[in-house]
Design a protein around this ligand. Sequence first.
Ligand SMILES: Cc1cc2nc3c(=O)[nH]c(=O)nc-3n(C[C@H](O)[C@H](O)[C@H](O)COP(=O)(O)O)c2cc1C
Length: 205
Amino acid sequence: MTNAVIETILSRSAAKYYDPAATLSDDQIRELVRIGTTAPTSFHLQNWRFIAVRTPEAKARLRPIAWSQPAISEAAVTFIVCGQLADSSVIPERLSPLVEAGIMPAKMVPEWEIPARDLYMHYPQRQRDEAVRSGTFGAAAMIYAARSLGLGSTPMIGFDAEAVAREFGLAEDEVPVMLLSIGAERPGNWQQKPRRPIADVLDLV
Ligand SMILES: Cc1cc2nc3c(=O)[nH]c(=O)nc-3n(C[C@H](O)[C@H](O)[C@H](O)COP(=O)(O)O)c2cc1C
């Protein structure tokens, strides 16, 4: 079982070494985020925001609050992938382009909004879980898109979340889900690591 997409998935690994001279244009960065935002979100909430840290000045602000990880200075861009706490009140606005495009009947909007309200409104943990899920799906799409373009990527949890939120002006409802460096690699990255056996991670029921 293989094809180009599967090859892209199978051949990805987390990059450590980036070519510090290689940049990405703002249009290339926009395109990566556009691809990321085609990922699925619960109730089509699209509860995310991406801060593209790509200038030397911005990288110098981020690196010390991210365990001084060299990828932040060396990769073309490091995204602060933010998930937003799930809030059902945004659903009519998020669904209105679907209604206008004739994809969803207008009367169906409350059929999404009401269960979402019941699911999230009084459950802060669920709101936060959804923020993390959405940010992670978006980041994953960007990781594999980057790989397909011959670019390396590094998801990173090694950062001070409170400091990042303060330094980059995250809103009260925004969770910094992960940092995601993307850029051209330089030689020296590890080959892909072996995985746990499928028998250890799969239950067929
Ligand atoms: C949520 C998450 C957080 C991670 N944080 C870091 C990090 O802060 N720094 C780093 O160098 N690698 C980080 N990694 C990369 C992992 O170490 C790497 O994905 C793992 O060892 C598997 O290797 P592979 O991605 O090359 O297959 C992170 C990966 C994930 C998924």
